[in-house]
Design a protein around this ligand. Structure first.
Ligand SMILES: NC(=O)c1ccc[n+]([C@@H]2O[C@H](COP(=O)([O-])OP(=O)(O)OC[C@H]3O[C@@H](n4cnc5c(N)ncnc54)[C@H](OP(=O)(O)O)[C@@H]3O)[C@@H](O)[C@H]2O)c1
Length: 227
């Protein structure tokens, strides 16, 4: 992998993604990690795997290894499945309004998975994973993240892993401090979701913190929110 920005040099995934772009005292630093096609789709036939590569997957896993908490939309979990984390103590929160999340999977039986939902969502009775509730009708993600200290002793870096509708909700609340996006060297056409769906017309300024390319023409960019 060759880094072009901030300086031109050979690099590795471990070096290029050795830490979040920054940290903050107080509220956790929130990063998004996604892969898109050149024409902006985040799926091929409803899944992200055909957009990805060994290096893209390496980036996802390297950033995951830095995260204290991962958040993911229920649509992605229903479509792609999600297993328990490899990193001890890491928690994975599934954002859902409907509560339609299968909590019998390894993600939840391992104790790592938890639900992030609204104050009025009906999750039924019986055994239930940890739940964070914030907002009515839709999850207030800022208020939910503010409660992460209840499920992790030191939630300093939160990685969001999509999909598009969760990303839209994060953009709506201006919660993304960094965006790590891999551009796959493919066009896919179709009507697949782009990076964010469902957000209002909100403009947030980011600056390019890092840019790298590999020998398969995958482009790896890291964007920091300019506040
Ligand atoms: N290219 C990539 O890097 C990448 C990464 C991840 C996923 N994907 C792809 O993206 C697709 C899924 O994306 P998607 O947009 O359909 O689904 P999604 O964003 O994963 O999940 C959407 C669901 O999350 C819940 N949700 C999100 N924000 C909410 C809020 N503020 N309040 C309440 N609930 C909220 C809702 O769940 P309920 O319906 O339960 O209420 C909503 O239907 C899949 O095809 C997946 O393969 C691609």
């Amino acid at each position: 992998m060759r880094q072009l920005v901030p300086t031109a040099t050979e690099t590795t995934i471990e070096q290029a993604y050795r830490a979040p772009l920054d940290r903050r005292t107080g509220a956790p630093w929130v990063g998004l990690c996604m892969v898109t096609s050149i024409d902006g789709s985040t799926v091929v036939d409803g899944q992200s795997s055909d957009l990805s590569s060994a290096n893209d997957s390496g980036v996802l896993h390297q950033l995951r290894s830095l995260a204290d908490v991962i958040i993911v939309g229920a649509g992605t979990v229903r479509g792609e499945g999600y297993g328990p984390p490899k990193k001890p103590g890491q928690r994975i929160g599934v954002v859902t309004g409907s509560g339609e999340v299968d909590t019998t999977t390894d993600l939840f039986t391992s104790g790592a998975g938890f639900l992030i939902t609204t104050t009025d969502a009906d999750l039924g009775s019986g055994d239930r994973p940890d739940v964070i509730r914030a907002g009515t009708a839709v999850v207030d993600l800022r208020a939910a993240i503010d409660q992460f200290h209840t499920i992790h002793p030191s939630p300093r870096f939160v990685q969001a892993e999509g999909g598009a509708n969760l990303n839209g909700a994060l953009l709506d609340q201006d919660l993304l401090d960094e965006i790590n996006v891999t551009t796959s060297p493919l066009t896919v056409g179709g009507s697949g979701p782009r990076l964010a769906e469902g957000a209002g017309d909100v403009t947030h300024r980011f600056e390019l913190a890092q840019l790298a390319i590999d020998d398969q023409s995958f482009v790896f960019s890291r964007w920091r929110r300019r506040r």
